[in-house]
Design a protein around this ligand. Structure first.
Ligand SMILES: CSCCC(=O)C(=O)COP(=O)(O)O
Ligand SMILES: [Mg+2]
Length: 260
C-alpha cells in the first residue's frame, strides 16, 4: 500500500464529499435523480412557505446573473395573481434541471436541493453512502487528535443530512464543523484562507482531500496541504496532475505522525 505521510504541522483534515467520501455515482444517480423526480411536487407542496419563496428568490437572482449563458432559464417576478403560479413553478423546475444538466454548484441550487432532500433522508427513502475506508479512518484521525471538517458545494444543511442519515447511521458527531460555498467558491484560494481563519488555525495546519484538481490548486495557493483522492468513477487525471499532486486511493493511505 502507498503511504502518504501527513506533515507534522497538520492538525485539521478538511474533506470534500462527492468523489472523496462518497461515490460520484451515489450523488448523481441517487441524490440528483431524486431532485429531478421530485422538484415539481416539492414546489407545489411548499410554494406558500417562506423558506420555499426565499429559495425561489435566490434562484431568480441567480437566473438573472446567468441570463447571458446558453439555454439559461429565467424565472418571472412574483405577482399577486394565483394564475401565474403554475407558470412560475414550471420556470423554477426548468431552471433547476438546466443548472443540474450543467452540474452547476450555485448556492441557490444547492440550498433548494438541501430542502428537497430533507424529507427523503428523514423518511429513510435515501441513505448516504461512503467509501468503506472513510468512517473507520475518520474515527482513527479523531483518536489521534485531528480535527475533521467538511467543505463541499452541497449546502451545510444538505451535508448534515448526508452525515446524519447514512448507511453507517448518524455520524455527524465525527465532524468539528462544515463549510459550503457561502465561505467562497472551492476553486478560489481566498476560500481556504477564510476557512483557516474561521477554524482558528493557519492554512498550513490544514490538509484538504478532494477529487478536483482545480480545488486542490486553489487550496495549495493558500498554503493548505492537499492530496487528490482517486476513487472509482472519478474524472481521470492528466499525466502532469498525476505526477504533481500527492494521490491517495483510500483514506487508509494517510499516515499520521502520531500513528505507531
Ligand atoms: C449532501 S451534499 C450533496 C453533494 C452535492 O450536492 C455536491 O455538489 C457535491 O459537491 P462536492 O463539492 O462535495 O464535490
Ligand atoms: Mg468533489
Amino acid at each position: 500500500m502507498v503511504v502518504l505521510s501527513v506533515p507534522p504541522e497538520v492538525t485539521v483534515i478538511l474533506l470534500d464529499i462527492e468523489g472523496t467520501t462518497t461515490p460520484i455515482a451515489f450523488v448523481k444517480d441517487t441524490l440528483f435523480s431524486y431532485i429531478r423526480e421530485n422538484v415539481k411536487d416539492y414546489l407545489h407542496a411548499h410554494w406558500g412557505e417562506e423558506e420555499c419563496q426565499e429559495d425561489v428568490s435566490l434562484l431568480r437572482k441567480q437566473a438573472e446573473e446567468d441570463s447571458h449563458l446558453d439555454g439559461a432559464v429565467l424565472i418571472p417576478p412574483r405577482s399577486d395573481g394565483a394564475d401565474d403560479t403554475e407558470q412560475m413553478i414550471q420556470a423554477v423546475v426548468d431552471n433547476v434541471c438546466w443548472q443540474m444538466a450543467l452540474d452547476r454548484k450555485t448556492p441557490a441550487l444547492k440550498q433548494l436541493q438541501g430542502h428537497i432532500w430533507r424529507a427523503a433522508f428523514a423518511a429513510g427513502t435515501v441513505k448516504a453512502e461512503f467509501f468503506e475506508d472513510v468512517v473507520p479512518a475518520i474515527r482513527k484521525w479523531r483518536q489521534a487528535g485531528m480535527k475533521v471538517y467538511v467543505y463541499s458545494s452541497g449546502s451545510v444543511e444538505a451535508q448534515k443530512l448526508l452525515f446524519g442519515y447514512s448507511t453507517e447511521g448518524d455520524i455527524l458527531e465525527l465532524f468539528d464543523g462544515h463549510f459550503d460555498t457561502k465561505i467562497g467558491h472551492k476553486i478560489e484560494s481566498e476560500s481556504y484562507r477564510r476557512i483557516a481563519t474561521s477554524i482558528g488555525c493557519s492554512p498550513n495546519n490544514i490538509l484538504f482531500l478532494t477529487d478536483v484538481t482545480r480545488e486542490a490548486n486553489a487550496a495549495e495557493e493558500a498554503d493548505v496541504h492537499v492530496a487528490v483522492v482517486v476513487r472509482p468513477g472519478n474524472a481521470g487525471l492528466t499525466d502532469d496532475e498525476k505526477s504533481y499532486f500527492n494521490l491517495i486511493t483510500s483514506f487508509n493511505e494517510l499516515f499520521l505522525p502520531s500513528s505507531t
